[in-house]
Write a protein that binds this ligand. Structure first.
Ligand code: SF4
Length: 469
């Protein structure tokens, strides 16, 4: 049976490439650009694609947004404060533009795809020159040309769930690359707006992914992070291959280091765990969002697993990949969460002993089921709970990280340490930030170190030798 495909047609991609060439030849096109990115890795990678298109249009990056001719806000709407921050910054830039009238302000990403947001931009943010949603990223050249020619207020929100292949990409780092394997989400967790703004699940063809991975390795990439809202359901549907099968193929290609995120616990199969266990290149790290340790809350969240099933998956992972680095996401203050239910989350955190945890206060999102639930938790209760949770996680983390002391690790150096210009930092296989003596020359290299200490939930190390893989 043939698989349905949502891939944008090659003819359409050619049409967009023609718009890029047209913009490049325009006498009045902007010279410089700046992209402000909010949110997750999917957004960060979208920004790399947008930068790739802008550079093909002949523009170059500006050092600061205030100095750019074209400023693009790539927004997130997962939580209310992400949205407020973006709108605040967009409004602030309007003031800056008073002394720089040639500046074009554009907004894209998840926030634009939210119900009612396009109308809001048209009415309340008329100074925004261009706004487009996540489903229109491949149409950016066409929309940009329209904006440059009209000088007006172009707002486009496409609803079609597509897979754009072959967009130019300007990667932020040569040695590390994001590689999207699927788009959208079908899970409809009751608190989450992603399925409404990123559309239905659709997987890229394995051949397209393998081709992209091959090109990255040839270009010198040392680490690839596979991206999707729920990578574990990659390939779902007739004729597809599973995520585990895809990983097995990638593992055999000689990519030095492979990571992936995000995994939904309900779809974490034994097959995937076995592939990780037998793999030579998949790093021993797993991000497995639990969200709550209480079964009633997990059901109200529409997560489709129980605390017991989650703990079983953790045990299986640890048995198959000894010493694996585990991280999670946790929400406190979900509607109706009682003190006892919150304490179930605390006890789960004590039981699992994560290497790191991203903790959030529940944020109601219009259009989701949870936003309409009665018994929204007062802010002061949620604030107290999150403080308690953070304190517990930090104390536990100091203990869990001790298992790395004295161990040898290979660190892919990401940059200079924020605290010193004679130190560098990067991540080892377990995904924990590690700092050691070094210079800008180390950036992009894989360096062998021995872990010597723990500082602010990160590791410190001493160099052993250099492995320029
Ligand atoms: S799995 Fe749930 S939390 Fe994750 S993107 Fe999909 S709906 Fe949102």
């Amino acid at each position: 049976m043939e698989r349905e495909t949502a891939v944008v047609s090659p003819a359409e991609m050619k049409r967009q490439a023609a718009f890029i060439r047209e913009i490049r030849d325009l006498p009045h096109r902007p010279d410089t650009y700046f992209i402000v990115t909010y949110g997750c890795q999917m957004n960060a990678h979208d920004s790399e694609k947008l930068a790739g298109m802008l550079e093909e249009m002949g523009m170059r990056p500006a050092p600061r947004r205030e100095e750019a001719d074209f400023v693009l806000f790539n927004t997130c709407c997962i939580r209310d404060n992400a949205e407020r921050k973006a709108l605040g910054n967009i409004t602030w830039l309007r003031e800056v533009r008073k002394s720089r009238p040639q500046m074009i302000i554009a907004v894209c990403g998840c926030m634009i795809q939210e119900p009612g947001m396009a109308e809001k931009i048209l009415k309340q943010y008329r100074f925004v020159n261009l706004a487009f949603g996540t489903a229109s990223i491949h149409r950016f050249p066409e929309l940009m040309l329209q904006t440059l020619e009209s000088g007006g207020n172009t707002v486009v929100v496409d609803q079609e769930d597509v897979i754009p292949e072959g967009l130019p990409v300007r990667r932020m780092r040569k040695e590390f690359a994001y590689l999207t394997i699927m788009y959208g989400c079908d899970n409809f967790c009751s608190y989450c707006i992603v399925p409404y703004v990123r559309g239905r699940e659709r997987s890229r063809e394995p051949e397209a992914i393998l081709r992209e991975a091959e090109a990255l390795v040839e270009g010198g990439t040392k680490e690839i992070m596979l991206l999707g809202q729920n990578v574990n359901s990659y390939g779902k549907g007739p004729g597809g291959i599973s995520f585990a099968q895809l990983l097995r193929q990638l593992d055999g290609m000689g990519i030095p280091r492979i990571r992936f995120m995000t995994s939904h616990p309900k779809d974490l199969s034994d097959e995937l765990i076995d592939v990780m266990s037998a793999s030579r290149h998949i790093l021993p790290q797993f991000h497995l969002p639990v969200q709550s340790g209480n079964n009633r809350i997990l059901e109200a969240m529409n997560r489709h697993y129980t605390r017991e099933r989650y703990l079983d998956r953790v045990a299986r992972l640890r048995q198959a990949v000894p010493g694996i680095g585990l991280s999670t996401d946790i929400i406190v203050g979900f509607p109706g969460e009682t003190e006892a239910e919150f304490q179930d989350t605390m006890s789960l955190v004590r039981e699992v002993r994560y290497d790191s945890a991203f903790t959030f206060i529940y944020s109601p999102r219009v259009g989701t089921r949870a936003a309409k639930m009665p018994e929204q938790i007062p802010q002061e209760v949620s604030s107290r709970r999150i403080e308690e949770l953070i304190a517990l996680q930090e104390a536990l983390q100091q203990e869990t990280l001790k298992r790395f002391l004295g161990c040898e690790e290979e660190i892919l150096v990401e940059g200079l340490s924020r605290r010193s210009d004679t130190a560098v930092s990067g991540k080892g296989g377990h995904g924990i930030s590690t700092t050691f003596d070094g210079t800008a020359e180390d950036i992009g290299k894989i360096v062998r170190v021995r872990i010597t200490g723990i500082k602010n939930n990160t590791l410190t190390a001493e160099r052993m030798d250099e492995k320029n893989a």
